[in-house]
Design a protein around this ligand. Structure first.
Ligand code: HSE
Length: 308
């Protein structure tokens, strides 16, 4: 059996207005796994050695539907062994499940001699997301595989566009110790929205895409507004409006909920500022007796990759 080690980064989905269609890649946080394949044999085993608690049953692991979709498309028997070595904390909202699915399909593709394109890998990996939230969305697995900022222009047919990341572009993420499942965060959303809100939202999505294409960080910042999803989800995060005001006061370009939460992310044009914003967000939760983890770093252009 051939083995490689693969890293896939954490990601922030939605980017405010781009619910289910936009995401970006975080530097410095991600999943590390060893992937092995044996063509001609059958079976999938996943060993979790990351120290993070995950379901023992392989069928409940997000990696399973992603790998099965890939092997079905491959059409020949392959035995796959996965050893999960380092893992983003599940339920954090920074693409924990996506990083696992992305690393698995990326590693298998490398070991099989790259039969599939990056776009196809995204389509396989997003099957893992359906296991958690009931819908196969690619706004985390897209950036986890391809790196940079990703726009899913359409799901049927699947059309994904990778956008450049401005050079000096940084994130601060806070992951408070509260539980918000993706399923729960999707169930609170309305099925329909008024046209006036749709107009505001698509103006912002257009502004966000233009901001990345033009490398205009101020345009990115003022476009990262969400009138559709944030109003329904912010109630999960204690005193969210105050948190946002504090981060913007500290100099953040924008703040929003990372994916389905409970993590919150802010963007800045300076690393020291990202660290200050992370500290300010930590103080927000500490003042409410809520523990948290914080991360600060560069928005990355690099997606899943072989590291050993
Ligand atoms: N776009 C997804 C959501 C990301 O906001 O529900 C979480 O998987």
């Amino acid at each position: 059996m051939k083995h490689i080690k693969v890293f896939a980064p954490g990601t922030v989905a939605n980017l405010g207005c781009g619910f289910d269609v936009m995401g970006l890649t975080l530097d410095g946080v991600g999943d590390l796994m060893e992937v092995g394949v044996e063509p001609g044999a059958e079976g999938l085993s996943i060993r979790n050695e990351s120290g993070v608690s995950l379901p023992d049953d392989v069928k409940e692991n997000v990696v399973t539907p992603a790998v099965r979709a890939m092997l079905e498309a491959y059409g020949r028997p392959v035995r796959v062994e996965i050893r999960l070595l380092e893992k983003i904390v599940p339920g954090s909202g920074i693409g924990s499940s996506a990083a696992s699915s992305a690393a698995a399909v990326y590693g298998i593709n490398e070991l099989l001699g790259r039969p599939f394109s990056g776009k196809r890998l995204v389509e396989f990996a997003m099957q893992g997301e359906a296991l958690l939230g009931g819908t196969a969305h690619a706004d985390n697995v897209g950036p986890a595989l391809l790196g940079g900022v990703v726009l899913i222009r359409g799901y049927e047919p699947f059309d994904i566009v990778r956008l450049p990341v401005p050079d000096n572009f940084f994130y601060a993420v806070v992951h408070p110790d509260i539980v918000v499942s993706t399923k729960m965060a999707r169930e609170v959303l309305p099925r329909e929205i008024p046209l006036s809100k749709a107009v505001t939202q698509w103006g912002n999505v257009g502004g966000l895409v233009a901001g990345f294409a033009l490398r205009d960080v101020a345009l990115i910042g003022r476009s990262m507004q969400d009138v559709v999803v944030e109003p329904y989800r912010k109630g999960f995060i204690p005193d969210y409006d105050e948190l946002k005001a504090a981060a913007l006061d500290e100099g953040a370009l924008a703040l929003n909920i990372a994916g389905s939460g409970p993590s919150v992310f802010a963007l800045t044009a300076d690393y020291a500022e990202a660290c200050r914003v992370a500290d300010r967000m930590k103080a927000h939760f500490a003042a409410r007796n809520i523990g948290c983890r914080t991360y600060a770093g560069r928005v990355s252009n690099a997606g899943a990759r072989v590291v050993g």
